[in-house]
Design a protein around this ligand. Structure first.
Ligand code: ADP
Length: 310
């Protein structure tokens, strides 16, 4: 069985339904990717590496992870922290705004739980994924240990996968982000950047410029996303452009990139070519954006993916 690990934060999501009604669910970039991967590829062992608390929302979250068939062996329980939370409001024009409570969340402590025994267990895996959001969440004091762990996993033959997923508000300044991203690109075997993520940081505006920017790094597989525009892949020296069929009825683009990442990596772990993996990943992302919320109903998603030939 192939195994992939997703390190990061899953949060409590609160969505305003009316003035006095909130809908509560769970979401977070790495969690979203893990869910969509597992829904398409049940034979791929899919684990979350994160920290929750001992509270009832943490317990509900853990139950949700299990109901999505995710491995929770590396979901740690912090003694006194609780999960991060965010609130989504949609105004009269359909514009969404987000308020976060995540600056002291349990997930910020995840690296503290990565002892030698855990790292050895992770070393037998096939892929280890983290994002720019994961990097921003990890405490500054834990960064050295985090990068040493990533090096250890890479040396053990685990493929390191990085999606820059840039969120300015999570960083002190762009110098800090760039220093962390440099380390990530230096160790990554696979990267899945979106053009937009790199625009503010490096003044990059096209898929070609992303490929150029990443040339000095030794990354075996680069997949550049650009919304409804074509996806470009570079595997070794082979550069390919993949056509995306734009979705006309876009409801909510939350987690488009996350769904893409999960299904792409699941497909690759299941032996698909980059071209097949991009088509399946694009189908998944295109389906997710036609429904509200980060995690769409399982039946709608699976029907679309069965039609796509999963
Ligand atoms: P991110 O969520 O990381 O910003 P993108 O917006 O680049 O990611 O979108 C990720 C993927 O979602 C794209 O590569 C594409 O496959 C799909 N996608 C996004 N917007 C559309 C759209 N309007 N129509 C069809 N597919 C889309």
């Amino acid at each position: 069985m192939k195994n992939i690990y997703f390190l990061g934060e899953c949060m409590v999501e609160l969505r305003a339904m009316s003035e006095s009604k909130l809908h509560q669910s769970f979401a977070g970039d790495v969690y979203n990717s893990a869910v969509y991967l597992k829904r398409c590829y049940p034979d791929v062992g899919t684990s979350l590496v994160t920290a929750l608390g001992q509270d009832s929302l943490s317990k509900q979250m853990l139950t949700r992870f299990k109901s999505e068939e995710l491995n929770t062996q590396f979901v740690f329980a912090h003694d006194d922290k609780v999960p991060g939370m965010y609130y989504i409001e949609t105004d009269d024009t359909g514009e969404r705004s987000f308020t976060y409570w995540r600056s002291d969340s349990a997930a910020k402590k995840v690296v503290d739980f990565l002892n030698a025994d855990i790292v050895e267990q992770l070393s037998s895996g096939d892929m280890f994924f983290f994002s720019g959001i994961s990097l921003a969440v990890i405490e500054e004091s834990a960064r050295d240990k985090f990068w040493k762990t990533i090096e250890q996993l890479k040396n053990a033959g685990v493929k390191i996968v990085f999606d820059p997923n840039y969120r300015a508000r999570l960083w002190k300044d762009t110098d800090e982000t760039k220093a962390q991203y440099h380390l990530a690109f230096s160790l990554a075997d696979i990267t899945l950047p979106g053009v937009e993520d790199l625009t503010t940081l490096y003044d990059i505006h096209s898929v070609e410029a992303v490929i150029d920017y990443l040339k000095p790094y030794k990354i075996q597989e680069i997949i550049v996303k650009n919304g409804p525009e074509s996806v470009i892949t570079k595997e070794g020296e082979t550069l390919l452009s993949h056509t995306i069929i734009p979705v006309t009825h876009v409801v909510d683009t939350t987690s488009a990139g996350d769904a893409f990442n999960g299904v792409y990596l699941g497909a690759r772990l299941s032996g698909r070519t980059t071209t097949d993996a991009v088509q399946l990943a694009a189908k998944a992302a295109g389906t997710v954006i036609q429904q509200p919320g980060a995690i769409i109903p399982k039946d709608i998603f699976q029907l679309a993916m069965t039609e796509a030939g999963i």
